[in-house]
Design a protein around this ligand. Structure first.
Ligand code: FB9
Length: 497
């Protein structure tokens, strides 16, 4: 008996020793062991060159489930024949009493085993046409089940047509002695120890060869979320274009920096609670550069710098309200104000990638927050052409070469443009983001020189991430329903491929 792999390996060696060329299929049936277990022992002995295994692929027939049922219980036609009593039986009766009666009845009629009297009183009546039958189908399937493939072509065709047998490929191995053949299996050491070296036993030891194809054990480590993989790619692109990252670690912002400083009117719908999250405590911010605030108030209420303003009753209380920032352009505004306080103006290129919050209904493509990506360039004499050029350069690094622009409106930029690009992966034109030149009513109250213009553009992080990782529902990317396995399984991110 072969109760374990060592016994089985010994039995294989014995078999090869007594008859070279033994086949594993025959050996498995001799040893009454599953063929796959014999193959396992063969692979192990082959790796030690104890034996040589030559692969043989045979085709063999196997019974389908229906074939097995017929081999056990007889063909459908035989069961119809045996169900007909000597006095005969109503056809309707036999059709509902025998399984697979439709096939069985038809075959039994074809074989001339039964006959039907359609004029019988009470309806069609079935009687036997012969005293006894030979169930050749059952006999044939029983032989197949015993591995005896001696069906005639006609029987094979019939069983295949009735889906009672199916053809299988059986891989087995013809075994011969290898260069290290021995009936005694030398235990293979896996480590060369100091003791072996000291006492010299290493000289008689057999060592398991290194398996350089073995995969390493996957390290149990952390996994970066797809959003953060994509963020790293965007950050790298900005850095290689010479941009400096802005400090965005303040989700709470005052309406002043989020809206008023951008010349966004206090009556603008975006400032309502249905679009913006207002903070209840602390409800108000209280530290502002008051001289700057005064200039912002003036440009809103009376105009100035060539603008007629909004002719509105601008309220400090409105500007002081605290909110969850609705865009990272609030950060850009703070940075531009800080730039304007310097003695001498120096051109800058800033970027940010961080969370912004909007009081929107959530659905498959929208959450109440998203990550905004924003690029800002401030220099003397910048034009719309510069804005178009830098946007094209930016998206070229993301693998999108065909860029187009469409006029748009933003309260704080004029002109403004929506950005579109042909996405090779999606094979279609995709809306990529928005852009514009900040208005003088935003820049001049800060104190920036009159010939300085600031161009900027923005997009989201979620949209490209969902495209990259083929995610249809944003709620499977971010939020409480995220399957952490998604984080583990997602490959590295390269946006230009
Ligand atoms: O991300 C967006 N689209 C996008 C981006 C990348 C991409 O694939 C990568 C190239 C490989 C595929 C698509 N959009 C902006 C466009 C749309 O998804 C849009 O329907 C949704 N937009 C968000 C706003 O929704 C409330 C995306 C988000 C957005 C829009 C505008 C800005 C920022 C984010 C802006 C701005 C701006 C304008 C002027 C000055 C400064 C900033």
């Amino acid at each position: 008996m072969c109760d374990n792999m060592a016994d089985l390996s010994g039995a294989v060696l014995e078999a090869v020793n007594s008859s070279e060329g033994v086949d594993t299929k025959d050996l498995a049936s001799q040893l009454s062991v599953d063929h796959q277990k014999v193959v396992g022992a063969v692979k192990s002995l082959q790796s030690l060159n104890y034996i040589v295994a030559e692969q043989c692929v045979d085709k063999c027939w196997q019974l389908t489930d229906e074939g097995k049922s017929i081999a056990d219980g007889g063909s459908h036609e035989a069961r119809i024949f045996y169900a007909v009593p000597s006095e005969g039986i109503a056809q309707a009766e036999i059709m509902k009493s025998v399984p697979n009666a439709k096939v069985g009845f038809s075959k039994a009629m074809q074989n001339g085993w039964i006959q039907i009297d359609k004029k019988a009183e009470g309806g069609p009546k079935v009687t036997k046409k012969t005293e006894s039958i030979t169930d050749t189908v059952q006999e044939c399937l029983k032989r197949v089940n015993q591995g005896k493939d001696d069906m005639t072509d006609a029987q094979k065709a019939e069983c295949k047509k009735r889906k009672l047998i199916t053809e299988m490929k059986l891989t087995s191995y013809r075994l011969k002695k290898g260069e290290n053949f021995s009936l005694k299996i030398m235990k293979q050491e896996v480590d060369l120890t100091p003791e072996m070296i000291q006492n010299g036993t290493w000289k008689d030891q057999s060592f398991k060869p290194f398996n350089f194809d073995a995969l390493g054990v996957p390290p149990t480590c952390g996994h970066v979320h797809p959003l953060l993989k994509v963020r790293a790619e965007y950050r790298q692109i900005f850095l290689e274009m010479g941009f400096t990252e802005m400090p965005t670690n303040n989700f709470i912002e005052s309406c002043f920096w989020n809206f008023d400083a951008l010349f966004q009117p206090q009556q603008h719908p975006a400032r309502d609670a249905h679009d913006t999250f207002f903070v209840s405590d602390p409800q108000y911010a209280d530290e502002f550069p008051m001289d700057y605030l005064a200039r912002v108030k003036k440009v809103h209420s009376e105009g100035g710098y060539g603008s007629q303003g909004y002719n509105c009753d601008w309220k400090l209380e409105e500007a002081k309200k605290n909110i969850l920032r609705t865009h990272t352009t609030a950060v850009s505004t703070r940075m531009l104000y800080k730039l304007a306080q310097q003695e001498e103006f120096k051109p800058v290129k800033y970027f940010s990638i961080d969370r912004v919050f909007r009081n929107e209904a959530t659905d498959a493509t929208h959450l109440a927050e998203f990550h905004q990506i924003e690029g800002v360039v401030a220099d003397r004499g910048l034009t719309l052409g510069d804005l178009m050029g830098i946007i094209k350069e930016f998206f070229k690094k993301l693998g999108i070469e065909e860029i187009s622009f469409k006029p748009a409106y933003n309260p704080y930029t004029e002109p403004s443009m929506e950005i579109f690009g042909y996405h090779e992966g999606l094979q279609k034109l995709v809306e990529l983001g928005n852009s514009g030149i900040f208005r003088p009513e935003m820049l001049l109250p800060m104190g920036l020189p009159e010939d300085v213009s600031v161009i900027a553009w923005g997009l989201s992080l979620e949209r490209p991430t969902m495209i990259k990782y083929k995610i249809d529902d944003i709620r499977t990317l971010i939020g409480p329903k995220v399957d952490l396995q998604m984080v583990y399984d997602n490959p590295i991110c390269r946006l230009d491929k």
